[in-house]
Ligand binder design. Structure first.
Ligand code: NDP
Length: 453
């Protein structure tokens, strides 16, 4: 397995794959380690998570450099990611015991209640876009609930995956309880079916989610899927256009546009279409892309050249189908996986920019006659991860968010973001299950009914 610096195309490191025999031993040992871990007190587990948080804070520069080298994230954003991981560790260290306290339920029994037992060893198949955050938001609750975990990270961020394993062990997590494996896709399929694996979680594309979920389904194992999105941002008649444009651009360009919950389709009512487009164009024009180690950079390269080429093709095909490119849209003549901030207008059904996830700094601006049409277009997608509504009539906007939009996370006058206190996840082709909050920690537990006559 190779790690390639996407800003230069240079190979940074090569790694040996974990063999099938090693994978078998790792799964067996995790199972044994989990039997002990499940009997440790919440306080003992929380002590490891608090130490993880401390290490994530104190090593944030080091981890940010690793992310910048392996997948091109600008340094400041990598440091923020490490800080957010520390937050989720602290959060579950503080709250897991309360979330998993027995629930007494009055019935015909002398005593009846629900108790939450851990499931066992969970396989985590993770993507490269937030190489630390995606893992910690799963691992912090899963470990606090008493599970073991095996991490199979995306093949371009093996350095991050091994750094996470080292951090876990340094924080006091038993060596066998959390392991990173350097595995290919076929090995993942075998692991899911391994008798020592109880469940699987995947964050990544819908394609990868379907492959993993069908194997998990065939083996009758629980799965949680956090997949892609094509989040609509609705700019309604009462919106503050300047503020909405700023928020939309910030969200579209987070992580160089490679976020599942980035704003992807800007749906603007006729009245605001022109001023909104002008404001967005001005803001996106002012963003600088370059080497993630340079100061003052807004966007790094994309994570891999093949991903950049795929995005460029989606842009090209949208243009061929009638979209207009009003900014960017060209592959820069320099080494590395760079792509400029790009805006497509006149985007409509049948075009990749309308139908598919654009995983890079490309905004699709769509015109809507009125509010009802904006809502219809917003829901006219196979995805259902996040959505946002912009209007000074906050009650109406909230009603649209709460009742009319088909997505797992709907925000009003703000961009969609994850927060340890709030559940996170999607519907439709964006997956199922929830991470974070008390919902997240209950995904990998046996919700057990106890009845005493
Ligand atoms: P993938 O979704 O293919 O990869 C995510 C993870 O799943 C990786 O660990 C990958 O391993 C693994 N994986 C992929 N296919 C399988 C399979 N059949 N069986 C088992 N494991 C599998 O992401 P890509 O890097 O290929 O990106 C492609 C597109 O996916 C992006 O352009 C973007 O649209 C979307 N994506 C969305 C993300 C999100 O958060 N919504 C995150 C990442 C990607 P390996 O790396 O070894 O292939």
């Amino acid at each position: 397995m190779k790690s390639v610096n996407p800003a230069t195309g240079d190979v940074i490191a090569t790694y040996e794959k974990t063999t099938d025999q090693e994978l078998q031993a790792i799964a067996e040992q995790a199972d044994k380690a989990q039997q002990k871990w499940r009997n440790r007190s919440f306080d003992a587990r929380a002590a490891c998570l608090r130490e993880m948080a401390r290490l994530l804070e104190s090593n944030k520069e080091k981890y940010a450099e690793l992310m910048a080298r392996e997948m091109g994230k600008p340094l400041a954003q990598g440091q923020s990611e490490s800080e957010k991981c520390a937050w989720v560790c602290e959060y579950y260290a503080d709250h897991a015991a309360d979330f998993l306290e027995d629930d007494i339920i009055v019935s015909d029994a002398e005593k009846s209640y629900v108790t939450y037992n851990p499931l066992g060893t969970v396989l985590a198949v993770m993507p490269w876009n937030f190489p630390f955050w995606q893992l910690f938001r799963f691992a912090a609750p899963a470990l606090m609930a008493g599970n073991a975990a095996i991490l199979k990270h995306a093949s371009n961020v093996t350095g991050c995956a091994l750094a996470i394993e080292e951090l876990m062990h340094e924080s006091g997590i038993p060596r066998e309880l959390f392991r990173t494996v350097v595995a290919g896709r076929e090995q993942v399929q075998d692991l899911i079916q391994n008798e020592h694996i109880a469940a699987v979680t995947l964050t990544g594309s819908t394609r990868a989610g379907k492959a993993v979920a069908s194997t998990a389904g065939g083996a009758l194992k629980k799965s949680v899927l956090e997949l892609g999105g094509s989040d609509p941002y609705l700019i309604l008649a009462n919106a503050d256009v300047e503020k909405a444009a700023e928020t939309c651009v910030t969200s579209r360009l987070i992580n160089s546009g490679q976020s599942c919950i980035a704003a992807k389709r800007f749906i603007v009512v006729e009245k605001h279409y022109k001023p909104f487009l002008e404001a967005v164009t001005e803001l996106m024009k002012g963003k600088h892309f370059g080497d993630p180690f340079e100061e003052g950079i807004d966007l790094g390269p994309m994570a891999r050249e093949d991903l950049r080429d795929e995005l460029h093709q989606q842009v090209q095909h949208s243009i061929e189908a009638g979209a207009q490119c009003v900014l960017g849209g060209n592959v820069p003549a320099r080494p590395g996986a760079f792509y400029p901030p790009t805006i497509l207008t006149e985007v409509g059904p049948g075009m990749p920019a309308y139908e598919e996830e654009l995983f890079g700094p490309v905004a699709a601006v769509i015109r809507a006659g009125d509010e009802q049409e904006a809502i219809r277009i917003a829901n006219d997608t196979s995805y259902g991860l996040g959505a946002a509504v912009f209007s000074k009539d906050v009650n109406r906007a909230e009603k649209i968010a709460a009742r009319e939009l088909e997505a797992g996370c709907c925000f009003v006058n703000a961009f969609v973001k994850s927060d340890p206190r709030l559940p996170f996840g999607g519907i439709k082709q964006s997956g199922f299950g929830r991470e974070l909050s008390h919902f997240g920690i209950k995904e990998f537990v046996n919700v057990k009914t106890v009845y005493r006559a």
